[in-house]
Design a protein around this ligand. Structure first.
Ligand SMILES: Nc1nc2c(c(=O)[nH]1)N[C@H]1C(S)=C(S)[C@@H](COP(=O)(O)OP(=O)(O)OC[C@H]3O[C@@H](n4cnc5c(=O)[nH]c(N)nc54)[C@H](O)[C@@H]3O)O[C@H]1N2
Ligand SMILES: Nc1nc2c(c(=O)[nH]1)N[C@H]1C(S)=C(S)[C@@H](COP(=O)(O)OP(=O)(O)OC[C@H]3O[C@@H](n4cnc5c(=O)[nH]c(N)nc54)[C@H](O)[C@@H]3O)O[C@H]1N2
Ligand SMILES: [Mo]
Length: 785
């Protein structure tokens, strides 16, 4: 591999860069034909499959090519012609594979056989499905307490699988159902119900078409949900302003050329996405929004004084909201100096954003991990809702709140019972349907599951997808603790680090992906998902299964459940596997309001939407109104160590590159950010570099600044000057995860605060240029020795 280098990227997002990138991965996965055919069916309801990348809404009628660069990569990745067969495992011990990079592990291709780790040989060896189910079932039956078992879900599994998995866990006797969402939008699930009485976005594609202003906070559309760029391009064609708050200038939020428009590609037409771009400090959003709200109050004063139309929507506020007075008092009291210092923005910048906001009649507030993954993640979101409420931008066409969800069905999983919170489950319905007492104690979320694994109280882990140990914080404590688990079971498509960091008894169960044809006893099966806009639809796979020995996720969950649970006359697991329609009937019975007539309504190509009170200005909150939530502080460091204010402490955010999907690394280039051939970088402000005596290309160790007795260090990372506010820096996820203390999470939602890790850097003794280790030599466990 060539030497890493850094070169700013000036082309638009999309465009030819995107076209080349898609062609490259199709060739590399040796899947140009299979994946190419699949791509034609991507995001086509009923006849095709829902993209396995992000959860952004799929318009109907579909575009002829309804995929984006990253969706194409995800499809190629699943439809690869590489196979990770038993012969591969026979050649390598697990200890040896632990030194491989994440990229090389997944590059082995699709898993084909159920495998069991053999302690004597330190290798995974093939076993039959029956033996795998029997042994896992026996282990689970031998546990002394069902609450010693974690049932984790990564956000991909379809509604049918997810429903079966939660039922399995609850029949077993536990609500230990953490989900990738606990590391992601759980801040949303806490914030929005308190503010507006719903846990999810209130915005549909129709609203995207009608809006006349979008305000973007901490969401990287060009990488994380590129299909949304089409709606943004259309909004810009209608001259709707897009105002962005992000510490760094993300390409997708600046310029876009539609790679599927021959005209735009030929003429090089670029659309400017953001009309204002505010490089807010990491963690500075509460202050930035407070600054906007303060301006709005002042503008409203002026309007009243001069007899102009009000700036605030007084009727809406009176009729539909609660708590304005306390909120307003608090906001008016903040000084501009304080707001400027915390946000990193000038008063004028905040005021000009507010003026644009005040001119728009229908505004959508969009956000992602830049708001949720902070200690004040919940409050971040509630502040954005406060801003929307001031002008009645909730429950009317073209307006609302839009958390952009990550995994393609992560929102839907929550809807059908994947949750650790007992109160979120219709226990009465489950009891009536299946004749058992569902557990009533809350189970563990992701952080609590990690705590239990570290302190030894958790004994077994069943993973429905994902790469848990790699995605969570505190890697250096988690990995050794994981090895003490009595049983680890991973239902997976590809080999990843979590298979290698394993429990005393460990199994890999290979499953079909959503792009693949799923034939069961009654014929080809549909599966269903819910997207970021609460739209539920039916899909089916089109590609030939990776191997005849691979099973579908519902079949695997049913196999485990049957081997573990006593027979239940009301559940015929085999019948469910033979016909997923029967699972959907069960879902409809448990959740009639959302899923009545599920099997019929799912066939509507435009899908059906779950009912959302807030979209109709019905507020299921404690006050029966939409609540203004008064911030108790502007930034998280208000209440922690004064040490953190010191000059040499930087706030690090961990980012995704354009060439990865979570822990799956497709390649070592982050085209949009100009980083090539490496992921072992730290992006820094030039002024900070000078202050710290660093030059471009220097190698540093990043060390977490906390006094809890644990030393956390990652490196070497290559210093790269970047346009980022002073005192802020960035590194890649998951390589930097060893830096995050497990307790460093959002208050109440417990989402790891992966976007604000206080660190110091230590320069490494000078290497000669030739000695500098480049990324390809760095193993997956990039943490310090
Ligand atoms: N290609 C690709 N697509 C993906 C994924 C992937 O890994 N790769 N992952 C999927 C998943 S599971 C998820 S959750 C989503 C994640 O998608 P996003 O929500 O976009 O999450 P990130 O990419 O982690 O970073 C979000 C942005 O937040 C900014 N940011 C960081 N801190 C702050 C802050 O304090 N304030 C503000 N205003 N901005 C901040 C960062 O600069 C970055 O641009 O994407 C999904 N789609
Ligand atoms: N530092 C830091 N940490 C983070 C984040 C961050 O921004 N910064 N982001 C967090 C977020 S938002 C999330 S969502 C989590 C992600 O955490 P996870 O969801 O646990 O991780 P993924 O990388 O998405 O999981 C990838 C693995 O899933 C398996 N897989 C893929 N497709 C399928 C399928 O169809 N079925 C099954 N059964 N398995 C499949 C493959 O084996 C693959 O190796 O990470 C979190 N961790
Ligand atoms: Mo996520």
């Amino acid at each position: 591999m060539s030497k890493p280098y850094f070169k700013p990227y000036n082309a638009p997002s999309g465009g030819w860069g995107s076209a080349y990138s898609v062609a490259n991965i199709l060739l590399r996965e040796k899947a140009p034909f299979v994946a190419g055919i699949s791509l034609l069916k991507q995001n086509k309801p009923i006849e095709g499959f829902a993209c396995v990348s992000c959860a952004w809404a799929k318009p109907y009628p579909s575009r002829p090519l309804a995929f984006c660069e990253n969706g194409a990569k995800a499809t190629a990745w699943e439809n690869t012609s590489n196979r990770c067969r038993p012969s591969f495992f026979a050649r390598h011990t697990v200890t040896e594979l632990l030194n491989w990079r994440d990229y090389d592990l997944e590059q082995q291709g699709r898993l084909t056989h159920p495998m069991r780790w053999n302690a004597e040989t330190d290798k995974y060896e093939p076993i039959t499905w029956d033996v795998a189910f029997q042994e896992i079932g026996d282990e689970l039956k031998a546990m002394s307490d069902p609450n010693e078992v974690v049932f984790y879900t990564s956000g991909r599994a379809a509604l049918e699988t997810s429903y079966m998995f939660q039922l399995f866990a609850r029949l077993y006797g536990t609500n230990n159902l953490p989900d990738s969402s606990n590391m992601c939008h759980e801040s949303t699930s806490i914030a929005l119900p308190e503010s507006i009485g719903v846990p999810v976005a209130t915005v549909t594609l129709n609203d995207m078409e009608k809006t006349d202003g979008l305000f973007f906070f901490g969401q990287n559309v060009g990488t994380s949900s590129p299909r949304m760029l089409h709606q943004l391009e259309e909004a810009r064609e209608r001259h709707a302003p897009i105002v962005t708050f992000n510490p760094i200038r993300e390409r997708g939020l600046e310029k876009f050329t539609n790679p599927q428009s021959p005209l735009e590609m030929a003429t090089g037409k670029e659309t400017t996405i953001s009309t204002q771009y505010h490089q807010v400090n990491i963690g500075g959003d509460i202050a930035a929004i407070a600054g906007m709200c303060k301006t709005l109050f002042e503008m409203d004063d002026e309007a009243i004084a001069t007899g102009q139309p009000r700036v605030l929507d007084a009727d809406f506020i009176r009729e539909h909201t609660h708590g304005l007075e306390a909120f307003e008092q608090k906001i008016r009291r903040y000084s501009w100096t304080e707001l400027e210092r915390r946000s990193g923005l000038t008063r004028e910048a905040m005021a000009s954003a507010a003026r644009v906001y005040a001119r728009c009649k229908r505004v959508i507030g969009v956000y992602g991990m830049g708001l949720t993954q902070h200690r004040q993640g919940v409050l971040n979101i509630q502040m954005l809702v406060n801003l929307l409420l001031l002008r009645g931008n909730m429950g009317k066409e073209g307006a609302g709140i839009l958390p952009v969800r990550g995994h393609s069905n992560v929102q839907g999983q929550r809807t059908v019972g994947i949750t650790e919170k007992a109160s979120k489950v219709p226990a009465e319905n489950l009891k009536k349907q299946f004749g058992f007492e569902p557990p009533m104690d809350d189970g563990v979320n992701t952080v609590e599951a990690c705590e239990g694994i570290i302190d030894g109280s958790m004994k077994a882990f069943i993973g429905l997808g994902g790469n848990f140990v790699r995605a969570v914080p505190e890697t250096l404590l988690m990995e050794p603790a994981w090895r003490k688990l009595r049983l680890t079971v991973q239902i997976s498509t590809k080999l990843n680090r979590n298979h290698l960091v394993h429990g005393q008894k460990s199994y890999i169960l290979p499953c079909l992906g959503r792009t693949e044809i799923d034939v069961q006893a009654t014929g080809e099966q549909y599966n269903t998902t819910e997207d970021s806009t609460g739209c539920i639809r039916a899909w089916r796979g089109v590609a030939k299964p990776a191997a005849s020995t691979v099973r579908s996720e519902p079949a695997i969950v049913a196999g485990l459940a049957k081997a573990t649970l006593p027979p239940n006359p009301r559940i015929d697991w085999d019948a469910w596997v033979g016909n997923y329609g029967l699972v959907r009937d069960a879902i409809a019975e448990t959740y009639p309001e959302i899923f009545h007539d599920f099997n019929v309504r799912m066939m509507e190509p435009s899908g059906f939407h779950r009912p959302l009170g807030a979209s109709e200005r019905k507020w299921a909150t404690d006050t029966g109104k939409a609540n203004f939530i008064t911030p108790d502080k502007l930034a998280p460091d208000d209440d922690i160590d004064p040490d953190l204010q010191k000059k040499d402490v930087l706030q690090m955010m961990t980012l995704r590159s354009n060439d990865q999907f979570n822990t799956t690394v497709y390649g070592y280039n982050d085209r949009f950010r100009g980083v090539h051939g490496t992921r072992a970088v730290i992006l820094m402000n030039r002024h900070d570099m000078t202050q710290l005596g660093l030059e471009e290309g220097d190698q540093i160790q990043a060390i977490t600044v906390v006094e809890d007795g644990v030393h956390r260090e990652v490196g070497p990372l290559r210093v790269t000057p970047y346009n980022i506010p002073e005192g802020c820096c960035a590194g890649y996820y998951p390589e930097c995860n060893p830096l995050i203390p497990l307790w460093h999470h959002a208050e109440r939602s417990k989402v790891p605060a992966a976007k604000s890790i206080p660190i110091r850097v230590r320069k490494m003794i000078a290497f000669t240029a030739g000695d500098i280790p480049s990324e390809p030599d760095v193993p997956a466990g990039l943490g310090a020795a």
